[in-house]
Design a protein. Sequence first.
Length: 485
Amino acid sequence: MEKFFGIKERGSSLRAEIIGGLTTFFAMAYIIFVNPSQVSGGGANGWLAEMMTGAGADPAALGKIWNSVYIASILVAIVGTLIMALYAKMPFAQACGMGLNAFFCTMFVSGAFFAKVDVIKGYQAGLVIVLLEGVVFLVLSTTGLRKYIATSMPDCLKKAIPAGIGLFIAFIGMQNVGIVQANPYTLVQFVDVHGALFGEGGGWTAIAPAIVALLGLLIIAVLGKFKVKGNVILGILITTVLYYLFTWTVPSFDMSSIGQSFKDFGEIGITGLFHADSWKNAFSGANIGGIFNAIILIISFCLVDMFDTLGTLYGTASQADLLDENGDPINVGKCMMADSVATCAGAVFGTSTCTTFVESASGVGAGARTGLASVVTAACFAVCLFLSPLASIIPAAATAPALIYVGVLMLSGFGKVDMSDLRSSVPAFLTLAMMPLTYSISNGIGIGAISYVFITLVTGKFTKKDIVATVIALLFIFRFVAVTM
């Protein structure tokens, strides 16, 4: 073990690796509960199910997607993290990326419903897009083009993309529990506490999820301020208890759901890529809109995952003092390869894009320096395969605070944007703002790239390094003209 991982060589110990691996797991364990909800629009009792019921459709399919993604989320975390541990030998964990799962739901699951397509077929078509994205990653990682593209993108967009995703995630979390509500005059408003309590807004039960979610966010923040390990998962559990106390309800706990989760996973998840209709719908489905739009979706997933992964690798490796003489993470090529393979594995299992998790920094902070810590993290995820009944009692009011909190963490990089240079500040701002305001990650990337290229050309600052941003901008201009999304 010592020889394989080089524990002493990196200044670590067996105890530090185990503690680091456990810390990383507890910091990111919320993904087990949050990812299925994000991909399935909240599952059989979520926000999308309410819309389907209101439209006279059966939301049972969303429950099947939730069950399938629950199993797939854990399996891809195990596989991806083990590849990172045994191939790259780095203390980084992998799981389904936040923001990308919301993007997946918007385009393929809720998008299918709004396009009057079977949501399961929409979900399976999305898996094809994710697989192809993973294949593109493998090619880019193998040839070295992935690193070249990433380093060639404007620095302002690199910092703004994760921040915009964070704001988008926070907005989704607030929407899911009614903290932010629709308003016919201002489009959005804060939860109407007065109307609920003293008007005809439904009383306390109508606003309880929003109030509990806000309390949950504060709990996670306070625990984080006191440097409590696993503050997110602890916050989810505490908020779950508060939800049932505040609403005076009792959660259902059905052990038979374990078998149902594996059954749905076998029927619609791991078999999804092997249906001819999945491939046909990926390029011609009503919710996707044609071959060109499918290509744009693949590019969008690639761009988001690329910058998310690179940012995590550079930031966490720096914290762990695992940088080479050029300031790059050691084994960075192997880390990117591990990320690419994990994304392909995720598509096969039946879930959205897998990425390197920024929460790995918590394990590094606890002493993790080698792949052994990642083995420990993967083992913890394996245990969770048989805890789906526990996951089913976690309400949206408990997972929403985690979404908002992760959004806060992802916004931190925006502070490093050079706001004194309008060539940086305007594209960065548009990237940040357009993601939540247009409810699309890809729109934010596209509008940011277009604005950067325009300002750069007009001001005479264009260089060879801006060619990549120009190609991306041109692709998005064509997409905005050709496709409504």
